[in-house]
Design a protein around this ligand. Structure first.
Ligand code: GDP
Length: 427
């Protein structure tokens, strides 16, 4: 029954890729349970840097199963490209499994995402317009097309004809634009179908069966808690749930099978796109933190917004996700700072908030209450034991753990796999 979920506790980009890669080494199965319209994880394997949008890091280990769960919406063109890219780099796809219940992104979803982004500033920034949001909208509206529909020529053809008729009316009457016709889309998707068909499986039965056999299953979270559709800073959020409960919904594993939930927490905070960010730094300090952490979008190069670690957020994240332990990443980025701050509360109109407020007005206008810590002014990149960290770094981490109410399982002090201080086995 060893199931472990890895979740981002902030706004994404916490460094989950490295942590998942590290834990995947001792897992039997790695599962992706949600999709996002942001670039996926960065993984270093045999000295090569891979950016994976869809396929979990388990794919680098031929003896492990790699599962794309039903909670995903999948751009099959991109998935097929990713499969081809991995195969060309000598990575076998033999152990890849794709849920027959996952939904697929179609060309009209991409056009709709683009049109939405163009007219609404809330979704404009931070979106890559890949059709993910519109595919989730269709899923909820019961108009989605699932992988299993594609497996049957007639079912796929009937569903596609019906939905295209509706979408074309919208494109024509509302936006006065044309889109690809039925034949082009149908032929492209039948070609993708032929590529993915050998990997399509009934994944809930597969995963529960493996769990009953005692296999170690790792659930690879994407995005972060505060991008969650329900619990994030709505409407500045993603199109799906990224909190721990979503691992069960997006894969078909029952909650009682989950043993550990690891909250990946960057030692400071970043955010991409618009929306409230109470601890955001402005000016030189932000630039210093951004430069030290290399906080620029992996594909866009766009500077990320940067600020101090916010414990009001982390406490809430621990509650929402039922976090068992934290993996604190990028501690090394703070190595050269004289003073490091931790936000312990928000002040708004004379009231101190210790619990994360739901009201955007409070989040947008509050003043963070900080506790200051002296910097350790020493390299941590080569440290492998917690007790060898500088005293000031340990005080900083211990305070995070105390405030979060959970232990720190792991500290990451560099992007390399071995630059890790492992304190607890997660299985
Ligand atoms: P994710 O979106 O949460 O999966 O984050 P990414 O995988 O995109 O990670 C962001 C970047 O941080 C990547 O370039 C990682 O190599 C890097 N990274 C991860 N952990 C550490 C760390 O402890 N220190 C440093 N300096 N970089 C790290």
């Amino acid at each position: 029954m060893a199931c472990t979920i890895v979740i981002g506790t902030q706004w994404g980009d916490e460094g989950k890729g490295k942590i998942i890669h590290l834990l995947a080494e001792s897992a039997d199965v790695v599962v992706r349970f949600a999709s996002a319209d942001m670039p996926g994880h960065t993984v270093f394997y045999n000295g090569v840097k891979y950016k994976l949008q869809f396929i979990p890091v388990g794919i680098f280990y031929p003896e492990k199963l790699t599962v794309l769960g039903n909670g995903m919406v999948i751009d099959l063109g991109m998935l097929c490209e990713e499969m081809d890219y991995l195969q060309k780099n000598g990575i076998s796809l033999e152990n890849l499994k794709i849920s027959s219940m996952a939904h697929i992104v179609l060309p009209y979803h991409k056009i709709l995402d683009q049109l939405e982004a163009d007219k609404d500033s809330t979704v404009k920034r931070g979106r890559t317009r890949k059709g993910v949001a519109s595919a989730y909208v269709d899923k909820v509206a019961r108009k989605g097309i699932r992988v299993m529909d594609l497996m049957d020529d007639k079912i796929f053809s009937d569903k596609l004809k019906k939905i295209l008729e509706e979408k074309n009316k919208i494109f024509d009457k509302v936006y006065s634009i044309a889109q690809k016709g039925f034949d082009v889309i149908y032929n492209d998707y039948i070609r993708y179908r032929d590529i993915i068909a050998p990997y399509v499986t009934n994944t809930p039965f597969l995963l529960n069966g493996l769990s009953s056999q005692g296999k170690k299953i790792l659930f690879e979270g994407i995005q972060g808690t505060f991008m969650d559709l329900d619990f994030g800073t709505y409407p500045y959020v993603g199109s799906f749930n990224f909190t721990a409960g979503s691992a069960c919904i997006g894969s078909g594993i029952g909650p009682t099978r989950i043993k550990n939930i690891i909250g990946v927490t960057k030692a400071y905070t970043t955010r991409v796109g618009e929306g409230p960010f109470p601890t955001e730094l402005l000016g030189d300090m932000e630039e210093e933190l951004r430069a030290a952490g290399g906080e620029y979008g992996a594909t866009t190069g766009r500077p990320r917004r940067c600020g101090w670690l916010d414990l009001v957020m982390i406490r809430y994240s621990c509650i929402l996700n039922g976090i068992s332990g934290l993996a604190v990443t990028k501690l090394d980025v703070l190595d050269n700072f004289d003073i490091i701050k931790l936000c312990v509360g928000y002040e708004y109109e004379g009231v101190i908030y210790k619990d994360f407020p739901q009201d955007l007005k409070v989040l947008e206008n509050c003043i963070p209450v900080y506790r200051e810590f002296p910097g350790w002014k020493q390299d941590t990149l080569d440290i492998r034991n917690y007790d060898d960290l500088p005293l000031e770094a340990r005080k900083y981490l211990d305070y995070i753990s105390e405030q979060a109410g959970v232990p720190i399982y792991l500290v990451s002090v560099g992007h390399k796999r071995e630059q890790s201080i492992i304190r607890r086995d997660v299985w």
